[in-house]
Design a protein around this ligand. Structure first.
Ligand code: ADP
Ligand code: MG
Length: 267
């Protein structure tokens, strides 16, 4: 059994909005093991981004505990949290968040500063990462000269700059058309499979979520259901209903004919 990299115990988070308290997460428990590919799904406002921000040590819980590699993050000082974010986590956002005045390679190099001393080593590593996400030849393009799908690939290369143990992705396919969406999911799935990177991906898109291994459904700040997914890049997977062989692209199980992950069945 692989070991837990993330343990969340009785996590609650609320925001103070003037005199009102807005609950975002309530009494949530979650364990994620090393090497898992997890989707956090749920309607808008269900607490997905809040959960990801708490996992990413960007936001603090109101109550409850978050353990990363067994360490309670509440016991860490701000500079230690910064180092964990920089060295262990790669972030991917819906809006890519690339710096417009830097080219693709420079965007990827940026998080390496302070960690990799030699400029030429940073350059080489950024080029290798861009090649890995399928962007050789696009290195000197600024974001505005790249398509949305290409910009998200640069953002994923940037997230990998410091060889993170986890990738935290908030709606990474939210601004992409269906073809690019599929490409990004395949890329993440491939990273998970070949490098063993743990991936926690927030999405409200069933198509994106079904290609992970584990879907958690969030409603009103609680995990209300957990469903097995079909990893985009794994072979020999089984139907979650009848356990016969199935392809990750199958809409219906070829054996039991049940439809796989229709939105209305999930929620
Ligand atoms: P999701 O990502 O699933 O759409 P969020 O985590 O962004 O949901 O939001 C969960 C709830 O918390 C919502 O009711 C939202 O309005 C509220 N919320 C989120 N961030 C803030 C904030 N900074 N201040 C006040 N309320 C917030
Ligand atoms: Mg959100």
């Amino acid at each position: 059994m692989s070991k837990p990299v993330l343990q969340i115990e009785k996590l609650s988070k609320s925001y103070e909005l003037g005199k009102r308290t807005v609950p975002a997460l309530s009494n949530l428990d979650l364990t994620v093991n090393a090497g898992e590919f997890v989707a956090i799904m749920g309607p808008s406002g269900s607490g997905k981004t809040t959960l990801l921000n708490v996992i990413g040590c960007i936001d603090k819980p109101t109550s409850g505990r978050v353990l990363l590699d067994g360490i309670d993050v509440a016991t860490l000082a701000e500079n230690q949290l910064y180092k964990i974010r920089r060295d262990k986590m790669g972030f991917v956002f819906q809006t890519f968040n690339l710096l417009p005045y830097l080219n693709a390679r420079e965007n990827v190099e940026l998080p390496m500063e302070g960690r990799i001393k030699s400029k030429s080593d940073r350059k080489k590593k950024a080029s290798d990462l861009l090649a890995m996400v399928g962007l050789s030849g696009r290195e000197s393009h600024r974001p505005q000269r790249l398509s949305a799908g290409e910009q998200q690939r640069v953002a994923i290369a940037r997230a990998l700059a410091n060889d993170p143990a986890y990738i935290l992705a908030d709606e990474p396919t939210g601004n992409l058309d269906s073809e690019n969406k599929q490409g990004i999911i395949k890329l993440l799935a491939n990273l998970n499979l070949t490098q063993g990177t743990t991936i926690i991906m927030v999405t409200h898109d069933t198509q994106a979520a079904r290609n992970t291994e584990r879907m958690l459904l969030l409603k009103d700040g609680k995990i209300v259901k957990e469903v097995q997914g079909l990893h985009a890049n794994k072979k020999n997977q089984k139907c979650p209903y009848c356990n016969n062989n199935i392809q990750s692209t199958d809409e219906k199980c070829p054996t039991c004919k049940k439809s796989i992950y229709a939105t209305e069945e999930l929620f």
